[in-house]
Ligand binder design. Structure first.
Ligand code: G3P
Length: 221
């Protein structure tokens, strides 16, 4: 499973990149607004830090405008993935951008039928929003499972990019279902390594090791 991180905070990305756990980055207009920074500059900086796909979302709502904005975003760096909403205009723009060999991430997906349309439009990624479905009492993970089944039936190349991931349980369940990617908030990514028994066990190992009075590296090594 690939991990993308869902943020426009370049400091967070700089901090996590050395772990080797950052296979890409997703941003959206809300995350860009939260950063308080210039959109094109932030995307350029992120593309410098992370060689993998970096999603940058268009603001236009008409196909022609999305196409123009998408091409401008692609000029920033070769690893930009143009993010378009799952509307008919977004699907038209996706088809045109994909036909030019550009990476497209179709976002704001909430049904398997929408995901089917995105795959047929040549999307590189589909972003089903798991958490926002859970928020309204539906089962976001069931959507991931339905999309996985449909995409496997037709061997679509579109990658399932599980989005709106709210906790480590979402990451595990998406991995069990077989989502290709999960885009994860930095704080949730960091929690993937956490377990109290790990901490407790390490503390006990270190205490017992200290009692041996030994060192692995001899003095001066
Ligand atoms: O960036 C797309 C998606 O991850 C947004 O998540 O938490 O705002 O529903 P959220």
């Amino acid at each position: 499973m690939k991990f993308f991180i869902d943020t426009a905070d370049t400091a967070e990305i700089q901090d996590l990149a050395p772990t080797g756990m950052v296979d890409g980055v997703t941003t959206n207009p809300s995350l860009i607004a939260k950063s308080g920074r210039d959109f094109l500059q932030v995307i350029a900086e992120i593309c410098e830090i992370v060689p993998g796909p970096v999603s940058a979302e268009v603001a236009a709502t008409d196909a022609e405008g999305m196409l123009r904005e998408g091409k401008r975003l692609c000029e920033i760096a070769p690893n930009v993935a143009v993010k378009v909403p799952l509307t008919w205009d977004g699907l038209k723009a996706c088809r045109a951008l994909a036909d030019e060999g550009r990476m497209v991430n179709v976002t704001l997906c909430f049904t398997a039928n929408q995901a089917l349309l995105a795959a047929k439009a040549g999307a590189a990624f589909i972003s089903p929003f798991v958490g926002r479905l859970d928020d309204i009492g539906l089962d976001g993970l069931e959507l991931i499972s339905d999309i996985r089944e449909i995409y496997d039936n037709y061997e679509f190349d579109t990658e399932i990019l599980a989005a709106s991931v709210r906790h480590v349980g979402h990451v595990m369940e998406c991995a069990k279902i077989g989502a290709d990617v999960a885009t994860i908030p930095p704080s949730t990514l960091k929690k993937l390594a956490d377990h109290p028994l790990t901490d407790k066990g390490l503390e006990a190992f270190l205490k017992d090791w200290a009692a041996t009075g030994q060192t692995i590296l001899k003095s001066g090594a």
